[in-house]
Design a protein around this ligand. Structure first.
Ligand SMILES: C[S@@+](CC[C@H](N)C(=O)[O-])C[C@H]1O[C@@H](n2cnc3c(N)ncnc32)[C@H](O)[C@@H]1O
Length: 262
């Protein structure tokens, strides 16, 4: 089976469980954008936002609650179905969802946005970063901006089991071109499921060059020794982000980047 098709099938297995989990979190006021994103995004009231790889729309809904008009995009029909249902359950009208592979979004969707947004567990599911950069530029207004917060590629190269003991060892080669094949998916917002899936390593230069070559200027690149729950770390900080105490200030876990059209 095609690798993107395998990922589509795998993510689809989690859709309903993710919907139930995030619905509970919203209904008990426990869901919000992660604190790094909240600090860095600025005022988005009135802005048109394109949210790439929105899963069941939790962040799309959180962005809409800040006053933005949001379109969330995801590969998986069940994700966009449950995303729309979640928005309806919560009475959020300023958000709608589109089903598409990001790699094909330029053919499947029309629109111009003030902000293209993606976060936490997104980039590595895409096989072609060059096309990712082009897609972002394509949908941005000339005075708009792109924002991403995601796993740091150097962190993704590490053996996750050893990190728990404060040890660093490369398990996934940083420059590997072929995707890593895994037999389970999820586990961060519901029980993991058995399904073959593929994740592509990305490098910091790959990220930056794809955006730069697409006509974007990098306004900032930030690196953090913390990540959102489910992406790693053993110990929560005061804001609910997780870190490895013995690797604090030693290993970057996430990055954020803001880019604007040149
Ligand atoms: C870890 S989740 C992202 C979660 C995100 N932080 C959020 O807002 O909830 C990754 C998402 O990427 C989607 N995805 C994977 N490959 C994709 C592709 N080629 N095009 C569009 N979405 C894709 C999956 O269906 C999944 O919902």
């Amino acid at each position: 089976m095609d690798k993107v098709e395998a990922n589509k099938k795998a993510w689809g297995l989690l859709a309903e469980d993710h919907y139930s989990n995030y619905k509970r979190q919203f209904e008990t006021n426990r869901y919000a954008l992660n604190p790094i994103v909240q600090r860095e995004l600025g005022d988005i009231a009135g802005k048109k936002v394109l949210h790439l790889q929105c899963n069941i729309g939790a962040d799309s809904i959180a962005l809409a609650k800040l006053g933005a008009e949001v379109v969330g995009v995801d590969l998986v029909p069940d994700n966009t179905y449950f995303a729309a249902r979640l928005a309806q359950d919560l009475g959020i009208a300023a958000v709608r969802f589109v089903t598409s592979d990001i790699m094909e979004l330029m053919d499947n969707h029309q629109g111009q946005y003030d902000l293209v947004f993606t976060s936490d567990g997104a980039v590595g599911w895409l096989p072609d970063l060059k096309r990712w950069g082009q897609t972002i530029r394509h949908f941005l207004k000339d005075d708009g901006f792109f924002y991403v917060h995601d796993a740091h590629p150097f962190y993704l190269a590490m053996d996750e089991e050893k990190l728990k003991d404060g040890l660093t060892a490369i398990k996934y080669p940083y420059f590997q071109q072929e995707p890593d094949e895994d037999s389970t998916i999820g586990g961060y917002a519901c029980e993991a499921k058995e399904a073959t899936n593929y994740f592509w390593m990305y490098t910091m230069s790959g990220l930056i060059n794809s955006l730069s070559e697409a006509g974007l200027f990098i306004e900032y690149l930030h690196e953090y020794d913390r990540c959102v729950p489910g992406m790693g770390g053993t110990t929560p900080d005061g804001e609910g982000l997780l870190f490895y105490p013995s690797l604090e200030k030693a290993l970057p876990l996430t990055f954020s980047l803001k880019a604007i059209p040149r």
